[in-house]
Design a protein around this ligand. Structure first.
Ligand SMILES: [Zn+2]
Length: 92
């Protein structure tokens, strides 16, 4: 079946480049299609809160990035370590 011109661009695994599919649920089971990590470049921002003398420091996400990982890559320890690094970009 031709999906037509409106078909969204296929998602690919960030690590191996393979195309991933959506997670499939059945009555008794499910099969994970991919894992998605929301991360990106951050910067530390300190602001004075209006009406308050104390400062608040937080991380501002300046360039969002979505890391897609297929189930085979998700099973590899080095990939999980990379995802952990990407999850906390402020620690790098
Ligand atoms: Zn992969």
């Amino acid at each position: 079946m031709d999906p037509g011109p409106t078909k969204a661009r296929a998602r690919r695994c960030h690590h191996c480049g393979n195309e991933v599919s959506e997670t499939v649920h059945t009555q008794l089971d499910y099969r994970v299609g991919f894992y998605e990590l929301h991360t990106g470049e951050v910067e530390v921002v300190t602001r004075l809160i209006h009406g308050n003398e104390s400062e608040v420091t937080f991380l501002k996400l300046v360039r969002p990035e979505y890391i897609v990982t297929c189930p085979s890559c998700y099973a590899r320890p080095e990939i999980l370590a990379e995802r952990d690094r990407l999850f906390r970009p402020e620690d790098n």
